[in-house]
Write a protein that binds this ligand. Structure first.
Ligand code: GLP
Length: 276
């Protein structure tokens, strides 16, 4: 759609495969799948291929409705491979601050329901940037996120980071205005982000104002990054991202130029891109 797009084939197998279009735009490899289900399966396969190659992989995990299908595909694929995730370490991108204890809306609860529980991950395997019911910690003596970043380092760095995409271009909870070198820290949520989370919490008033997020700089250190965006409501942000937006205004644009980043889309999320 008049978008400046550098279209290159991603490799010999790439091109106009039925239902799986590949291109490259604004420094990001893109795969457009015929359906959300196929997109989720492709991402799940990439994670499981990594784990097959490296059973002790350090996985950066994401939450949000986009990830439900990815984790469901992983759980299904692992049904006949119990124990396949026994040696992985996982690091989640973010968590809300100020939730009531035991809140079903925490990202920890999401992960327990969709992946950790069904795949039997143990407590010692999983890390979050803060516990689900932490109060805001701005004045804490130990800067929030330091231990989390140290744990990622001890695990040898992230082998693969999964990411969703906020409608305002955020990755994790790195809202517009976040710096490219930002590290794990406490952040204030953008009004659009809180509005998008209202359905999960039952009302806008119940959505926390603050969270702790992995930083952009932390994310960019992952060896592989796989981003997934599904649905027509993501089509505008995807089009802006691939038109070459700036990272300061649209944090996902910081991913451009990462050595191994791929954006997986379903047809609806890719519907505002020019044909090709
Ligand atoms: C939240 C999370 C992000 C996620 C985004 C998109 O803001 N912090 O990591 O990518 O939601 O959510 P959904 O997948 O529900 O669209």
């Amino acid at each position: 759609m008049g978008m400046e797009e550098r279209q290159q084939e991603a490799g010999p197998a790439a091109g106009r495969l039925a239902g799986d279009q590949r291109r490259r735009a604004a420094g990001i490899s893109v795969r457009i799948h015929a359906s959300a289900e196929l997109a989720c399966q492709a991402v799940a396969e990439e994670v499981l291929e990594l784990v097959a190659r490296k059973p002790s992989a350090a996985l950066g995990l994401a939450t949000g409705s986009t990830m439900v299908g990815v984790y469901a595909a992983m759980v299904e694929a692992l049904l006949d491979r119990p124990g396949a995730l026994d040696a992985v370490r996982t690091f989640n991108l973010d968590e809300y601050l100020d939730l009531p204890p035991g809140s079903p809306s925490s990202f920890r609860a999401f992960m327990d329901a969709h992946l950790f529980g069904p795949c039997g991950l143990s407590e010692h395997q999983v890390s979050f940037p803060c516990p689900p019911s932490s109060p805001a910690l701005t004045s804490a003596a130990e800067p929030i996120g330091r231990e989390f970043e140290a744990a990622i380092e001890r695990a040898g760095g992230l082998d693969l980071q999964l990411l969703g995409l906020g409608r305002n271009g955020h990755i994790a909870f790195n809202e517009p205005g976040s710096g490219m070198d930002s590290r794990t820290r406490e952040v204030e949520l953008a009004p659009k982000t809180r509005a998008d989370a209202a359905a999960t919490f039952g009302s806008l008033e119940a959505v926390p104002f603050r969270a702790v997020t992995m930083g952009v700089g932390t994310i960019l250190e992952a060896r592989q990054i796989r981003v997934l965006a599904l649905g027509a409501h993501k089509a505008d942000v995807v089009a802006s991202l691939l038109a070459g937006a700036s990272g300061l205004g649209l944090p996902a644009a910081y991913l451009a130029g990462h050595a191994d980043v791929c954006l997986h889309l379903d047809a609806a999320a890719g519907s505002r891109l020019s044909a090709g």
